[in-house]
Write a protein that binds this ligand. Structure first.
Ligand SMILES: *[C@@H]1O[C@H](CO)[C@@H](O)[C@H](O)[C@H]1NC(C)=O
Ligand SMILES: *[C@@H]1O[C@H](CO)[C@@H](O)[C@H](O)[C@H]1NC(C)=O
Ligand SMILES: *[C@@H]1O[C@H](CO)[C@@H](O)[C@H](O)[C@H]1NC(C)=O
Ligand SMILES: *[C@@H]1O[C@H](CO)[C@@H](O)[C@H](O)[C@H]1NC(C)=O
Ligand SMILES: *[C@@H]1O[C@H](CO)[C@@H](O)[C@H](O)[C@H]1NC(C)=O
Ligand SMILES: *[C@@H]1O[C@H](CO)[C@@H](O)[C@H](O)[C@H]1NC(C)=O
Length: 498
């Protein structure tokens, strides 16, 4: 087993400064999928969607707190376009505002009647509707408040429009339901819990499902959203994230030329493929995946920003790696760090200001997961906590003598501490970092993450097994030593020095 020696140099080139005064870089999502949502016969949303989740669960609360003070929590997903809010309804499960007969709230047609019942998967119109009552919304706000989260809430873009052809919709967005929600938030004095709002999920442009709303639609609808938000909360107070769908250069260019009263582009991407695809594992393990496919897309997004949107933030608005709920035993196991932490690293280098992981809990890509009525921690949770607490706002370029199987990211914080994230893609060989910035005898703090098996839920931090069903604070679990430091095969480490 060869030991691969590496010399590395954190350059003074700052590639990006994360806007840490405004919001966190790491962000997690919650989704509306009901327990009935299954993919390929596997049901990975049981009691994990926003409406079914036990927000009182102790592990969920402890873990959510550890993801950061004031860190972002985005509520959205495919079903958000089908959700009507009824703030007057104090019930805490599904409301009755979308029931064909409001006096019969047990009618299955009251909520997403087609989810899990065979109606075309992914269809914009095919899931039916459901009602988010004020009682449930309060539970969400309380959860965010006690765990110090900032919410980004994706609103339905469907109101006011009528389907007149397979993908053809007529009419403009009707903001009345959104307005009622804003006024409710304001009247409850909860506006500080919100960072901002989105409108529609994967409906803008052409790389979408059953709705292809145009730049003209968008200009009109987002201007109306801006007006409603400003009237209720004050000018510019609430941020607006746009696109909320696959990256579209042409759409974004035409849209911003028509209307630019918004704050950021939150695009979605599930680059590993479908959850059932045989390509997911090879993509995760391929050290070149990030360096080719991911990098090329990021270069295009950056080009768009330079040419059209210099004052706009860039967000990865939703990704869980693989679509259709992730891949069981891949995106919820140790190996998942190889796409996820790698992307947290490279997206920051390519000027992204936030990165929202689908999901906090739900599907096979959650940082947490519920199995047989009990929540547990998936490995990427620990990586997220450490990334959020250790990686400062100044993203530096870093050079090293190793090959493409070593991925290195370097951030500096305001205390002039540098933290490296080092991912070793080698399947057999450890890497040895011998020298940093010309120093052989540098003292570093190190968090070394490993697992007995790539597809295990078990994570070791500096040799200590991390718990699955309760939280410990990993930020204090570092070891201090002098170079060289080794990073075992198929593992990663955070390394801090100043
Ligand atoms: C569920 O997922 C597993 C992989 O985790 C797969 O082998 C199986 O075919 C899927 N479908 C069913 C019905 O279990
Ligand atoms: C995921 O895989 C594990 C191990 O094979 C299995 O026990 C579990 O039921 C699966 N979960 C889902 C949601 O398919
Ligand atoms: C959040 O802030 C509190 C109070 O300052 C602190 O005790 C706690 O450690 C912080 N949590 C995180 C995850 O940073
Ligand atoms: C990654 O790219 C390098 C350099 O082009 C090449 O040598 C290596 O074989 C590639 N690895 C894979 C898994 O394709
Ligand atoms: C950080 O380093 C810079 C340049 O070496 C120096 O000017 C600055 O005072 C340092 N800041 C702190 C907080 O140590
Ligand atoms: C949650 O945190 C509290 C306070 O730190 C602790 O007493 C409790 O054991 C934790 N529970 C779980 C399930 O993590």
């Amino acid at each position: 087993m060869a030991l691969l020696p590496v010399f590395l140099n954190v350059t003074s080139t700052v590639l990006h400064v994360l806007p840490s005064e405004k919001h966190s870089y790491t962000c997690q999502t919650l989704d509306f999928w009901p327990s009935e949502k299954c993919d390929y016969g596997n049901c990975s949303w049981v009691e994990m969607g926003l409406m079914d989740l036990d927000f009182e669960d102790e592990l969920l609360n402890n873990a959510t707190k550890m993801l950061g003070n004031e860190s972002l929590l985005r509520v959205g997903g495919t079903l958000c376009d089908h959700v009507e809010v009824d703030t007057a309804d104090r019930s805490t499960t599904w409301g009755s505002c979308t029931c064909p007969d409001p006096n019969d709230p047990t009618d299955p047609l009251c909520y997403f009647p087609w989810v899990g019942h065979g109606y075309p998967d992914g269809s914009f119109s095919g899931f039916g509707k459901a009602c988010l009552p004020g009682g449930r919304f309060d539970i969400l706000m309380d959860f965010a408040e006690r765990n110090k989260k900032k919410l980004v809430f994706d609103l339905s873009a469907e109101f006011g429009r009528t389907l007149v052809g397979p993908t053809i919709w007529e009419g403009d967005w009707d903001s009345a339901n959104a307005r009622a929600l804003f006024e409710y938030i304001k009247n409850q004095g909860k506006e500080d819990l919100f960072y901002g709002f989105e409108l529609g999920n994967e409906v803008w442009g052409v790389k979408t499902g059953d709705a292809h709303f145009t730049p003209e639609n968008a200009a009109k609808d987002y201007a109306l959203l801006r007006k409603e938000l400003d009237e209720v909360f004050g000018p510019g107070r609430m941020k607006i994230l746009t696109l909320s769908g696959n990256w579209e250069y042409i759409f974004m260019t035409e849209f911003i030329e028509k209307y630019d009263g918004w704050d950021g582009v939150a695009w979605h991407w599930y680059p590993l493929g479908a959850g059932r695809s045989d390509e997911v594992i090879p993509n995760v393990n391929n050290e070149n995946f990030t360096l080719t496919e991911i990098k090329e897309r990021l270069e295009i997004v950056n080009l768009w920003q330079r040419q059209h949107g210099r004052d706009k933030e860039l967000w990865m608005g939703e990704t869980g790696g693989a679509f259709n709920s992730g891949q069981n035993t891949t995106t919820n196991r140790f190996m998942s760090h190889r796409w996820y932490l790698d992307q947290l690293g490279i997206f920051a280098q390519y000027k992204h200001d936030a990165y929202c992981r689908q999901t906090l809990i739900g599907g096979n890509y959650g940082l947490l997961q519920r199995t047989n009525g009990e929540n547990s921690i998936n490995p990427d949770f620990w990586g997220t906590v450490l990334f959020n607490s250790l990686m400062g706002e100044f993203v530096h370029d870093v050079l090293h003598s190793g090959d493409e199987k070593l991925h290195l990211y370097a951030h500096q914080n305001k205390k002039n501490e540098t933290v490296l994230l080092a991912i070793n893609f080698n399947r057999d060989e450890p890497i040895e970092i011998k020298n940093i910035n010309g120093l052989f005898d540098l003292e570093v703090d190190i968090w070394k993450m490993s697992s007995p098996d790539d597809q295990s839920s078990v994570v070791f931090l500096n040799g200590n097994e991390l718990p699955l069903t309760n939280t410990v604070d990993p930020t204090e679990m570092f070891v201090t030593k002098t170079l060289p430091v080794q990073i075992p095969a198929k593992s990663y480490a955070f390394i801090r020095f100043s």
